[in-house]
Ligand binder design. Sequence first.
Ligand SMILES: Nc1ncnc2c1ncn2[C@@H]1O[C@H](COP(=O)(O)OP(=O)(O)OP(=O)(O)O)[C@@H](O)[C@H]1O
Ligand SMILES: [Mg+2]
Length: 469
Amino acid sequence: MTALGKLLRTTAFQLTLAYLLVFIVFAASLLAYFALNTRRLITEQITSTVLTEINGLREQYNQGGIRRLVIVVDLRSRRPGSSLYLVTTATGEGLAGNVGSLEPGVLDHPGWLETNYRRLEAPEGSEHRALAQIVQLTGGFRLLVGRDLEERERLYGIIANAGRWSFALVVILGLAGGFFVSRRVLNRIEAMTQTAQTIMAGDLAGRLPVAGTGDELDRLAEHLNAMLERIEALMRGLKEVSDNIAHDLKTPLTRLRNRCEQALRGPAADSDYRAALETTIAESDELIRTFEALLMIARAESGQARDNMIEFDAAEIARDVGDLYEPLADEKGLSLTVDAPVAARVRGNRELVSQALANLVDNAIKYAGPNGKLNGAPAEIVVKAGNEGERIMLSVADRGPGIPDADRGRVVERFVRLEQSRSEPGSGLGLSLASAVARLHGGELRLEDNHPGLRSTIALPRAGPSVAG
Ligand SMILES: Nc1ncnc2c1ncn2[C@@H]1O[C@H](COP(=O)(O)OP(=O)(O)OP(=O)(O)O)[C@@H](O)[C@H]1O
Ligand SMILES: [Mg+2]
């Protein structure tokens, strides 16, 4: 498309054309209304003065006969101005007046008429238009009184001229304005298209230009820029996560590989190979678990897991998880109690909420181990399910070392493990999943001080009526 074609096709230009048309129609009707009204007014004025004059002259005739009328008309004819007078006999012979010639047969029709005439002293061919009244006087005489219409025609001419000029001016200015506005709009769109192209080429840092006029294009650009900002942040996050994953999986995979290599190096007994294979399997299992946890977090974060939402009792989950982990707690010399006396109804993904609570219990058992004992009594882990306002709470409280205030924000990130817990197995994904699951359900994961120990709570929006407890 040519540059001009592009310009003519812009909405701005087409709008200008539409406005121009509307304006021209409006201005033309205004001028026409003005012209017609002026014409009517002038005609009315002429008629009324002519009528008054005729009445006056008729009176003169009635009082003084034709002699007096001729004298008066003669007198008035000499006055300068646009008034016309003519007195004739019944045969049409002129007696007095300032009319030289009329259209033939005009005098035979009394009443109002518009006719062409020539003044007495005017040269041949200089005809004008006039509005006149012709009356038949007693005795066969005829009287014509009228006015030259030149003034009216001139006014008409002026208005028509004004109309033509304004039309030309409006069209020129309108088109010029349309071109100017469309070019401006087109230039801005062109700049946006160019930025979009650089962004598509991979430069996510590009932003659409904002002119600062606050118009609709600016608003569009601002919104698109906000969207780009968000996309860039998401891409950065994604890159960070995949970098983390790659980095954190590389270590165990390298370890696995080195162990195999070591087993193969030099002479070894069958039992050594068996031992090496067994550790390899154990480490592979650990890796698979890590992958599963990562997939589960991704599923929770993407909102994909929303498809499996059902209504269930979180208290039941607390009891199930308690039963599942009791032997493990016993083994570590910890007492595990479940406090879930009443129903806590939630709408959500049952499997994910169970896994999230299991992760919290798993942490409590792992990190509040033997050194968490107080006064020799077995350290206690309490798993609790209850209602609190519009939320239900699933909490796990232990008497272990807890998590320092400063670290509570970052332990929910993927692969973050505190220095103090390096001796325990784990990949640092348990709390990430718990937090992602809570957010998936419109809730949150809270980590608080249990004085001493840690109390981790999954707070979720309640489904159904509130139950005391
Ligand atoms: N109950 C707790 N007491 C003390 N520290 C805790 C407790 N729970 C979590 N932590 C700290 O938070 C870190 C992150 O916990 P998270 O559950 O995410 O990972 P992990 O337990 O190390 O590994 P994973 O759960 O993937 O097996 C832990 O490494 C530990 O340092
Ligand atoms: Mg854990």
